[in-house]
Design a binder for this molecule. Structure first.
Ligand SMILES: O=C(O)CCC(=O)C(=O)O
Length: 269
């Protein structure tokens, strides 16, 4: 595990102090590559979404018997079949959070017009290693570039459970953005830049940043901010979503929209 306060890892900067200042939020996104907001969502609604997901995990035998449901303690080796990424129409409490007025109003204001959320929602139920380090553009690059990811912890997710980390400065790694970052995984280009966060800092610079996330928090970032989940070092599922938002008037990546989004052509998310 990376050590907090080291050359490699620091705390995310909270933006609650500028939450009402739209220009300052845009400036922060431009400079830092992310905006981290505590309690943007209603905590109780997020916890309701967590319960909804945990009940499904329990029903299909993924949770350790005898532990409180809210622990989300996983049975090692039992694959999770559902719930999973998709439109998540069977998870109304989750949709209430990620499509609700708090986040949509935020994006209407931040983007300066009517926003929409991409229909496909990435719901991650992680028991061990995360996906590799990447820019989202390689997955989401067929519509507007003015599109943002919101990563939402579904529950309290302390650092040891491996919440999202971003690489500070990576939104300005011009060579990487112009090369790896312009790829398209559905044309066979590379999905992940790297797996090892330390080696990445040694090679490209920057510093990782994360936080003890709490239900209600959200981190928002653009298509060219390197990020990854951390290793889950607990015996509990790490439950989170990544969902995407853009102006309704701008081109949408067709793979992820509609009642039944087609998703990736050559590989599964
Ligand atoms: O939650 C994770 O492990 C990765 C999330 C991610 O890749 C994203 O938000 O784009």
């Amino acid at each position: 595990m990376l050590k907090m306060g080291s050359k490699y890892l620091t705390e995310l900067r909270e933006s609650n102090d500028i939450l009402d200042d739209t220009e300052a939020l845009r400036e922060r996104m431009k400079n830092d590559g992310y905006i981290f907001i505590r309690n943007l969502h209603n905590r109780e609604e997020v916890l309701q979404a967590r319960t909804e997901i945990l009940e499904k995990l329990h029903e299909q035998g993924n949770l350790v018997e005898g532990r409180p449901l809210d622990d989300g303690a996983f049975k090692p080796g039992v694959p999770v079949r559902n719930p999973k990424s998709g439109t998540n129409h069977d998870l109304p409490s989750l949709l209430k959070v990620v499509e609700g007025p708090r986040i949509m109003d935020f994006f209407d204001r931040f983007l300066g017009g009517k926003s929409l959320t991409i229909a496909y929602k990435w719901l991650r139920i992680v028991s061990s290693k995360p996906a590799g380090i990447h820019y989202d553009n390689v997955y989401m690059g067929r519509g507007t570039k003015n599109i943002f990811t919101a990563w939402t912890p579904i529950g309290d997710l302390p650092i040891e459970i491996g919440p999202l980390a971003v690489c500070l400065g990576s939104n300005k790694f011009a060579d990487l953005i112009n090369d790896y970052g312009q790829g398209d995984v559905d044309k066979g280009d590379r999905a992940h830049l790297a797996q090892d966060p330390i080696a990445l800092v040694e090679e490209y610079g920057g510093q990782w940043a994360t936080a003890d996330f709490r239900a209600g928090d959200v981190i928002i970032f653009g298509m060219f901010t390197l990020h990854s989940g951390g290793n889950n070092q607990t015996d509990r599922f790490r439950i989170s979503t990544d969902t995407r938002y853009q102006l309704a008037s701008e081109p949408v990546d067709p793979r992820w929209m509609g009642a039944n989004p087609t998703g990736h052509e050559k590989r599964k998310a």
